[in-house]
Design a protein around this ligand. Structure first.
Ligand SMILES: [Ca+2]
Length: 125
């Protein structure tokens, strides 16, 4: 099997396990993470899938939360910032220094109160 085929199979496996259809939403008590879209981002500035949005059912303003992106070794890459809509968090495929991250699989972890949601986002360049 070609290397690209192996990577594609791995991506399908990881994304599929972490986000089975219909089980995307996760409750944090008073607030619900509705969806993460797109799951595969292409941050090249063409306005198509340039950032991943973590959409909630109500405003995040004033809610204490901890949201970060890690690489597959567990190293912290970046925080996830509040989108201008204030009902979503947004990650644009950059590290905390503002540098574009390489293609690969990244892990998000969002903690609100005692609950957390984790899963994967793929960066493809
Ligand atoms: Ca793009």
């Amino acid at each position: 099997m070609k290397k690209t085929g192996i990577i594609a199979a791995f991506i399908i496996l990881v994304v599929g396990i972490n986000f089975p259809k219909g089980e995307a939403s996760q409750s944090f008590g008073g607030i619900t993470l509705l969806e993460i879209t797109p799951r595969i981002i292409t941050p090249n500035g063409d306005a198509m899938n340039d950032a991943a949005f973590f959409r909630f059912d109500s405003t995040l303003t004033g809610i204490p939360l901890d949201a970060n992106i890690f690489d597959i070794t567990g190293a912290k890459i970046s925080g996830i910032s509040l989108d201008s809509s204030e009902t979503a968090l947004r990650w644009d495929g950059k590290d905390d220094g503002g540098h574009a991250v390489p293609s690969g699989i990244y892990i998000y972890c969002i903690t609100i109160g005692q609950k957390n949601a984790t899963g994967t986002v793929v960066v493809a360049r």
